[in-house]
Design a protein around this ligand. Structure first.
Ligand code: NAG
Ligand code: NAG
Length: 297
């Protein structure tokens, strides 16, 4: 019963009915029959008289009966599962109202159960994957915001930080929203190069501040989009004394860019050799797309 707090105020309302207020603070999810505190002692009642006075726990308003009294010891015990998230959601304080009723004379004592959060939930991302398509020409320093991880717990037991798998291209920046919620963004730390790597998979981890700490992960898929950043190049070796119309050499130009940006179209650019325009010396034979052959004309 770590962190048990107990305080009470006691008022005599009439000769036969007294209204008191006793409060207990304890963690959620304690086992049924766990002892919350000794209410007889806390209210200055004789435990031996509880049975004769038909001591029992009642509920106030719409509450269920979450605790019970052991008539022989005066212990207040857990009677129902107390799940803070289910009862109070994200509320900072979770208080359940119960009453201790005694007869001969009739006496009603109010009991406030302050339910403390335990770290029983892990951070979770809504999706299995976070997908980005990022152009290889994107400048270093570009930011990409990431979906927040959610944790049903409160306070320190909520998401406190994120970590990104070590990689060459991206770093993580973690920010805090009003209300203390944490979210992260990817920052491009080095320009992408589709020709080097056309896809990246990075593991993002969200961790809470509970003890023991809990975490949740998501995979970030980055597809690198092509930019036409490579000029085709080719090499051809030519020997002299070729007959007219004979095949000179087949040339193969390569451009590592994607689809249209990597399609090579062959043509002879105007130039000159010893004062004679090159286009009149050479022509491209056949298919002008893909690998091609040059012939002397
Ligand atoms: C009340 O407490 C006594 C002593 O700890 C225990 O033996 C008994 O089982 C308890 N009764 C209930 C109903 O929990
Ligand atoms: C080719 O590059 C341009 C930018 O240079 C880009 O906008 C276009 O999407 C690229 N095409 C393909 C098929 O990737």
């Amino acid at each position: 019963l770590q962190g048990l707090v107990c305080s009470f105020a006691f008022f005599l309302q009439t000769l036969h009915t007294a209204f008191g207020d006793v409060s207990y603070s304890f963690p959620e999810e304690m086992k049924r029959t766990s002892v919350i505190g000794n209410i007889a002692k806390d209210l200055g009642l004789k435990a031996s008289r509880l049975s004769a006075r038909k001591a029992r726990i009642d509920t106030e308003g719409n509450y269920e009966r979450y605790c019970d009294i052991n008539q022989s010891t005066g212990d207040l015990i857990v009677a129902e599962r107390i799940d803070r998230e289910g009862l109070c959601g994200k509320k900072a304080s979770c208080v359940l109202k119960q009453e201790l009723v005694l007869e001969n004379p009739l006496e009603v004592q109010r009991i406030s159960l302050h339910v403390q959060d335990i770290n029983d939930n892990s951070p979770q991302f809504t999706e299995d994957f976070i997908k980005f398509e990022i152009g290889e020409s994107t400048d270093k320093g570009a930011r990409f915001s990431l979906d927040e991880a959610h944790d049903a717990d409160i306070g320190q037991n909520m998401v406190q930080s994120y970590t990104l798998e070590r990689n060459e291209y991206f770093v993580l920046n973690v920010n805090t929203k009003t209300g203390g919620r944490k979210y992260a963004e990817l920052i491009l730390d080095k320009e992408l190069d589709r020709e080097q790597q056309h896809e990246l998979k990075l593991l993002l981890t969200a961790v809470d501040g509970g003890s023991p700490q809990r975490s949740g992960t998501v995979v970030i898929h980055v597809t690198v989009l092509d930019a036409n950043d490579n000029a085709p190049s080719y090499k051809a070796h030519v020997t002299e004394n070729n007959k007219l119309g004979s095949s000179l050499r087949s040339v193969t130009a390569r451009d590592p860019d994607w689809r249209q940006n990597g399609t090579v179209i062959y043509s002879i650019l105007p130039g000159e050799v010893n004062g004679v325009p090159v286009s009149s010396l050479l022509s491209v034979n056949g298919e002008a797309r893909g690998d091609s052959r040059c012939e002397v004309v």
